[in-house]
Design a protein around this ligand. Structure first.
Ligand code: PLP
Length: 411
């Protein structure tokens, strides 16, 4: 089990107060706090090696390039990818999925072709595909969600057709915490020779990923949700697909030769990385992944699992609480439920609950969580969402539950 006290000491922001109360930060699915090692890496990189990467012959530029490319290797190892050619740096999951929809769409999707997503996707795994559909006449098919917040796999099988070009689904729901059976989804899709993209934004901070073992064709995540900096994301893509996809943006770095008679592209992964990358951010991302790896994702998951059980026990004992997704089977957490919980207090609007909790020092998220189709599925305007990270404690939960009891008396 984790020794949380020394871990908390790594996160300076956790010592601050809000409204004169100690901060209880339960909004980790939106973004995680950063350990000192990540913050220090950013300061150190700017103070010692700042120079643009890839283009300079001078020492500073070479050092910055070495660190940036070492960061790519760290990401490769973290995801279990075969080659750094398959690791594209982006600005976040959103950009990774836009890159995929644009570039894969241009290469492989035509009028009448189909893309399958699910009803529990974040908007960033819906809207880029809708834009593609508008451009190309491609059709979006949607896997429905069951009452207990799972993907309906029978319906998924029925959606597959000779026109299906890609299945793009989330690994973990950012609203329900459902861990989707992506191994099965990948197997079923591959049986039909259909590639699969996984939105891993909510999985990477909690579940060890091995893209080769999973066999997925694409996998996206954001550094800021896994204790890294904002502004950096990753798209893993199998070389075989990336080679066939056109560039996403044009500019410096992504070219071989530029001539007015015709321009050629750089090799992978640079073909997809136009312009100056956030190389300070990628270096800090590698530090964040090292930090997580040193503690160990299985230990982090076990710790968060215990927090979720404690919270569910307390919430189940409270009147007026409706929890979304399947919260009945505590034993199966992390094979099918991650460390995100969404609920409502009957008769109260989720944003009122969130605001009152905030004044009691508890940071939670309320609203539609960029998953409006899922809200529509459950017929609700939004939820209160709490989400855990490795630095949360039993006393965070107890403070949250005590505050929620007070809120329930007010609304
Ligand atoms: N996908 C999921 C499941 C998410 O939870 C989020 C962010 O909340 C995103 C995609 C978008 O991530 P970002 O805003 O870092 O691009």
């Amino acid at each position: 089990m984790l020794d949380v006290n020394p871990i908390r000491a790594d996160f300076p922001i956790l010592t601050r107060e809000v409204y004169g109360r100690p901060l209880v930060y339960l909004d980790n699915a939106a973004t995680t706090q950063k350990p000192l090692t990540v913050i220090d890496t950013i300061t150190k990189a700017y103070t010692t090696i700042n120079a643009n990467v890839h283009r300079g012959v001078h020492r500073l530029s070479q050092e910055a390039t070495d660190h940036h490319e070492a960061a790519r290797e760290t990401v490769r190892r973290f995801l279990g990818a075969a080659s750094t050619s398959e690791i594209l740096f982006t600005r976040g999951t959103t950009e990774s999925l836009n890159l995929l929809a644009t570039s894969f769409g241009e290469a492989f999707c035509h009028e009448g072709d189909e893309i399958i997503v699910s009803e529990m996707e974040h908007h960033s795994n819906i809207v880029p595909w809708q834009l593609l559909c508008q451009r190309r006449g491609t059709v979006l098919r949607v896997i429905p969600v069951t009452d207990d917040g799972r993907l309906d796999l029978d319906a998924f099988q029925r959606l597959l057709s000779p026109r299906t070009r890609l299945v793009s689904v989330t690994h973990v729901s950012n609203v329900l915490g459902t861990v989707n059976p992506i191994e099965e989804i990948i197997r079923i899709a591959h049986d039909h020779d259909i590639p699969v993209a996984i939105d891993g934004a909510q999985a990477v901070p909690h579940i060890p990923i091995d893209v080769q073992q999973l066999g997925c064709d694409f996998y996206a995540f954001s550094a800021h949700k896994v204790y890294g900096p904002t502004g950096v994301g990753v798209l893993y893509g199998k070389e075989h697909w990336l080679e066939q996809m056109p560039p996403y943006q044009g500019g410096g770095e992504m070219i071989g030769h530029v001539r007015f008679s015709g321009t050629t592209w750089n090799e992978l992964p640079y073909k997809f990385e136009a312009g100056t990358p956030d190389f300070i951010g990628t270096i800090a991302t590698a530090r964040a992944l090292d930090y997580v790896t040193a503690i160990g994702l299985p230990a982090i998951a076990a710790h968060e699992h215990a927090l979720v059980r404690r919270t569910l026990d307390a919430l189940h004992a409270m009147p007026r609480i409706e929890i979304y997704g399947d919260s009945s089977d505590h034993r199966s957490l992390f094979t099918d439920h991650s460390s995100v919980l969404s609920f409502n207090l009957a008769g109260a609007h989720p944003s009122d609950v969130g605001m009152l909790l905030d004044h009691l020092g508890i940071a939670v998220r309320t609203g539609h969580h960029c998953a409006q189709p899922l809200m529509e599925r459950f017929g609700i305007p939004g939820t209160v969402r709490i989400s855990f990270a490795l630095y949360n404690t039993d006393s965070d939960i107890d403070a949250f539950i005590a505050a929620l009891r007070r809120v329930a008396e007010m609304v």
